[in-house]
Design a binder for this molecule. Structure first.
Ligand SMILES: [Zn+2]
Length: 335
């Protein structure tokens, strides 16, 4: 190991070289390395100015051309247009920004998809500016957000159903319509701009759903799934003994067995019990029967004293009804 003094001497020797000499040395070494044919940008010559809705953007021409047939055509082979500003019509400034972000961040969107309005912005701009790969990618993102898969339908609504329907109609993305129609149906979003035909679809489905939901509510308490099929507890003879200790012991034993009796067997009026439960959970009159059925299946029936058979039977009935209604919606929406 060198003494500290020698270290200092060496440092002084190195820094004594004139900085211009180092620059020259590094420069000459760098110029001997070959240039990449693909990635060798000249910022000044390769930047281009775009104006969208009054906002100017200074962007790399190569990036725009690589992603967009529209820009490839627009710029042509001109290379002396550094001072020129290209006006782009038919795209909003927000949509354009979303598109440029997508060019840079698409890989992040794979890990964490942006919300539906951002995807819609990217889609609109990508469609207008003919960005084929980004268009395909954003369509896929939109279809995942508005998937018609019932397993993806939760009680939490997805906002922006109306703009999604309008976009889907413009760009012919029918895969998102079922979920978007259902979101519109169960929410109180304004429907301005929706075509008369689509308005009719949503109204028809809403009416049919309400009719089927009412039928389900009225018939359920008498259904097979709602009857307890567990054998009743043993009938106890009257307690006749006068021995106080023995009498208490027998009563305690009966009480324990009573606790094990299924709640369904203790209900005097099944319909009233059913109605009370629906009102307690706010599920009697709903715009979202599928969400209500999901909530009913999620109730802790076991904790309410229902036997295993009743819990299973009820949950199966709710899930089966939910599947049935979701499948029927294709016809009601006329998809
Ligand atoms: Zn039971």
């Amino acid at each position: 190991m060198l003494p500290a003094a020698e270290h200092a001497t060496q440092d002084v020797d190195h820094t004594n070289v004139e900085s211009s000499d180092i620059d020259h040395l590094e420069s000459s070494v760098a110029h001997h390395k070959p240039q990449s044919n693909t990635f060798w940008f000249d910022e000044a010559a390769d930047c281009i100015v775009i104006a969208v809705q009054g906002t100017r953007f200074r962007l790399l021409r190569a990036k725009l051309c690589k992603n967009s047939k529209y820009f490839t055509r627009l710029f042509g082979s001109a290379s002396d247009d550094a001072d020129r500003c290209y006006d782009i019509d038919g795209v909003s400034s927000d949509d354009f920004k979303a598109l440029i972000n997508a060019m840079d961040d698409a890989i992040l969107y794979v890990l964490e998809p942006p919300p539906s309005p951002v995807v819609a912005s990217i889609l609109r701009a990508a469609h207008k500016l003919e960005c084929e790969n980004i268009l395909r990618f954003s369509k896929q993102l939109l279809c995942e957000i508005w998937s018609p898969d019932l397993h993806r339908l939760s009680t939490a609504p997805i906002p922006s159903a109306l703009p999604t329907i309008l976009l889907a109609r413009d760009l012919d993305i029918s895969q998102v319509l079922k979920r978007a129609f259902y979101e519109l149906l169960r929410n109180s979003e304004p429907r301005e701009g929706l075509s008369e035909e689509d308005q009719r679809r949503v109204n028809t489905a809403h009416g049919e759903l309400q009719m089927h939901w009412a039928g389900f509510l009225w018939t359920t308490p008498n259904s097979h799934a709602f009857r307890c099929h567990t054998p009743s507890s043993v009938q106890h003879p009257p307690i006749e003994t006068t021995d106080v200790d023995k009498r208490n012991e027998t009563a305690k034993s009966m009480e324990t067995e009573k606790e094990m009796v299924c709640t369904a067997q203790l209900e005097r009026d099944h319909f009233q019990a059913w109605r009370d439960l629906l009102e307690e959970h706010g599920l009697f009159a709903v715009d979202d029967p599928l969400g209500a059925l999901q909530s009913l299946a999620a109730i802790n029936w076991e904790k309410m004293g229902y036997c295993a058979g009743c819990v299973e039977g009820r949950c199966e009935a709710f899930i089966r009804k939910r599947d049935e209604l979701w499948n029927r919606l294709d016809g009601w929406f006329d998809l």
